[in-house]
Design a protein around this ligand. Sequence first.
Ligand code: CUA
Length: 318
Amino acid sequence: MSVHSAFAPAGAQAARIYEHWLLYWYVALAVYVIVGGAFLYLLIRSWRSRPESIAEPTQPVQHRMAKYVGASSVATALILILLLVSAAITGHDLASYGQKPNLQINVIGHQWWWEVQYQNDDPSMTLMTANEIHIPTGQKVLLNLTSSDVIHSFWVPSLNGKRDLIPSHQNTLTIEADRPGVYRGQCAEFCGLQHAHMILYVIAEPPSKFSAWMRHQLQPAPEPVDAKLRHGRDVFLNEPCVTCHTVRGTTALGTVGPDLTHIADRQTIGAGTLPNTPGHLSGWVTDPQRAKPGILMPTIPIAPNDVQPLLVYLESLR
Ligand code: CUA
C-alpha cells in the first residue's frame, strides 16, 4: 500500500506544510462561520420586522454601518497579513531543512518517466535507476531536479511540496521520511499526452535495509543460468531494445529509456502505468503503445518463439 496525501505527512517538510495548511483551514472556517452567522442573523431579523416599505437609513444607522464596514476591512487586512507572515515563515523553514543533506540524488524528468541517479564521490557507487526512489529513513535527501524535454513537476505529497523540473536548469528539493513506507508521487505539471501516467514511488526503508538494497542494485545483471535465459538475453541484445535501454553487465548501453538492470525488482512498469507482473510485462513488451499511447517506445514485432524467452529473461533481472 502506498500513501499519496498531503494530509498524511511522513516527514518534517510535509508536516510543516500541513501545519501551514491547518492555519489557513481554521482561519477560513472561522471567517465562514462568522460571515454566515451574521448573514443568517440579519435575514431572520428582517423577516421578523417585515418593514412595509424600504426607508432611507437614518443618519445614526448610516454611521453605524460605516463603522462595521471599516472594522471588517481592518480585520480582513489583519487576517491576510497573518497568512502572509505564516507563508513566509513556512518558506523559510522549508529552505533551512535543505542544508547538509546525507544523500544526493539527481532526478531527470522525461516524457513520461523519471530517471534517478544516486550521486557518490566514488564513481563505482553511483547508481542509475528509474521511477522508484529508495531512501533511508531519518536522513535528508537532496534531489537535484532537471528535465530532458519539457517542464515536469516533482510532487510526493506525503514528503514535501511541488518543485518544477526545467530543461537546462537545476532546481533542488529536500525530502526526508521519518518512518518506513511507500510514498506515491505524481508529475504535477501537464507535460503531454501521458502526463497522468508519470508516477513515481519513494520507498523509505531503515538505513540498513536501504544499504542492502543499494549494494544489490550496484551489482550488474545476473548472468543467464540456462538455455532459455540465454535465448532471452540474445533476443534482447539482437532486437532494437539495446538502442534505448541499459542492462549493466551486457552490451546494452542505451540511455534513451529506463535502465533495466534490475527491472524485475521494481513494483510497476511504465512509470506506474501497470503493476510489474508477468502478464502486464508481456502486454507491455509486445505492445507498449496500447498501454501508454504516445510514448517513445515503439511496438517492435518480436517472433512468437522469442517472446517467452525474452519475458523470462526480463523477469530474471532481479
Ligand atoms: Cu511530466 Cu506531467
